[in-house]
Structure formats: C-alpha cells, structure tokens
Design a protein around this ligand. Structure first.
Ligand SMILES: [Zn+2]
Length: 292
C-alpha cells in the first residue's frame, strides 16, 4: 500500500477534499452551532461527507476537527471533549477511506491572538495543539494538516506541537492580496513564512482560504520559489452571492477546475478547495488532474 511519503516524493499531484462547512450547512447545521460537535452528535453525516469527497476522487480528506482544541471548544463548554472529538473525527474519516486514500487530521487557529495583541499565551497554545495532535495521531491519522493560520507565530507553535507526533505535517497559511503583495493578517510575507515553517519541520507548506483560485496562482509561485518541500494550495470558490435567496459561489466547480492547471504550473503539488467548494468541485478537479 502506498504511503503518503512515497506519494509526496512521486511525480503525481495529490488531490485534497473541498469544504466541510459548506456541506454541513446543506445537512442543516445551525448558525452558532460549532461544526466539531457533529463528530459526536451526527457521526453518520460527517462520514457521509468524507465519503462523498473520496467518491469524487480525493486522495486525502481532512477531518472535521478544525476548531477542536480545548481552548476553542471552551466557548461551547466542550473543552473536556477535545481528545474524544479529535480521535473520533479521524475514525469517522478512516471508516470510509478507500485503499490508497489518506486521512489528514485537521487543525486550525486557536481563535486567540498572541500577546501583546491579545491574551493568547504561547505555552498554553502549545499545550492545546499538543493535545490535539496527539489525539489525531492516536485516532490513526496518516498526516496532520494545519490550515487557515493568520499569524505565522501561531502556525509555528502548532507545527512544533504537531511534529512531535512524528506524522508528516502540512502547514497552510491564509494570505490576502494587497497592493504591495501578499500578506497574512499579521503582516507575514509568503517567502518568510515558507522558510521558517520548513526550518521547523513542515513536510509541505502552502496557502488556503481568503483568495479565489485565479488570485492564488502568483502566491503559489512565490511560496514555491522559496520552498524546498512540496507546496499545497486550497483556494476559495469566491464570496457567496445570493441567487434566489441561496448563496451561490462565483467560481462554480467547472470554473474552478479550469484554472487548476495554472495553479499546478505555478508549483502546487497538493491541491484542494476551501470555502464554497463541494464534492462536484473535487470531481471536476480530478478530471483535470487525470488529463494532465
Ligand atoms: Zn476557506
């Protein structure tokens, strides 16, 4: 059975899944409800979403554990459930994982700004990410994906915690496009982020969220030029616009997939979708990848 390391070393493109939140909304998640509770309360729906992405051709699906640190779950009175949510989150994805597929344990920001900008404490965040990564490993994750990080310092803390599991760790930062180039919310530049994350042991670095696929091409090139490891990219399908009272994302599955070759030419080896992408997007991306 192919392991993730040999896939990373090979020539092929690896396809990640698309958005989880968008699918949970279709299944009726309410505003103000935290998606991670669905791992425990609606496990069949969560597995069904993972399965729909594998069926659409994804090589890797990401668990529904983005906000499953004790610190973040504390807003919902669920801190003590953090370990369980992470473990079960992996098991749900594993239960529908086909031969040759992989399950990535998903980790996102703590929701706190580090001092002096907020009251986030380095050691406390490290302990939170450590608990989460160990639980993801114990659940059986093949790798860990740290995503949507807005602050390089926080990404570094999460990465240090995650590499202690000895699993391959992918780190994806969210950048916005400004007049003077690409920056995180905290002012980090792509090449600086890539370099310091690679120094700390990231197996893959890249970008996700905020930008549409067309706007991410140049960013991927910048990251790729600064990187000695494979690069990942998960663009958004754009901002939702209302059509007949329902949100419709500007980049439909076919529009999104049409621009995929540009992203791959810019250096992306691991590609997927963020907000607004669906199993249909994954299916169209699969067709494009198979035709390359
Ligand atoms: Zn997103």
């Amino acid at each position: 059975m192919a392991d993730i390391e040999s896939r990373l070393k090979g020539d092929g493109i690896l396809l990640l899944d698309g958005a989880m939140g968008t699918q949970l909304m279709l299944k009726g998640i309410k505003a103000g409800e935290t998606s991670e509770t669905w791992v425990l309360n609606r496990p069949d729906d969560v597995s069904a979403i993972h399965k729909s992405y594998f069926d659409a051709g994804a090589d890797i699906v990401i668990t529904n554990t983005f906000g499953a640190t004790p610190i973040k779950l504390s807003h919902f009175g669920l801190s003590k459930k953090a370990e369980e949510i992470n473990k079960v989150g992996v098991e749900l994805a594993k239960s529908v994982c086909p031969d040759g597929g992989f399950v990535a344990g998903g980790m996102g920001p703590s929701g706190k700004l580090l001092k002096p900008y907020g009251d986030g404490d380095k050691d406390e965040l490290f302990e939170n990410f450590k608990l989460q990564s160990v639980a993801l490993m114990e659940g059986g994750a093949d790798l860990i994906v740290i995503e949507t990080m807005m602050d390089l310092n926080e990404a570094e803390i999460a990465l240090k915690a995650a590499v202690s599991t000895n699993l391959p760790v992918f780190v994806s930062i969210t950048f916005d496009k400004k007049k003077r180039g690409y920056f995180t919310m905290m002012g980090n530049r792509p090449e600086d982020a890539a370099k310091s994350l690679i120094d700390l042991g990231a197996r893959v670095v890249g970008a996700n969220c905020t930008l549409r696929i067309g706007d991410m091409v140049e960013l991927v090139k910048e990251i790729s030029d600064a990187s000695s490891v494979p690069v990942m990219a998960e663009p958004n399908a754009g901002s939702p616009e209302l059509e007949d009272g329902k949100p419709k994302y500007v980049d439909g599955p076919k529009d999104f997939a049409k621009k995929l070759p540009d992203l791959i030419s810019a250096g992306a080896k691991i590609v997927g979708g963020c907000c607004g992408t669906t199993p249909e997007t994954t299916m169209e991306m699969r067709k494009v990848i198979d035709s390359l």
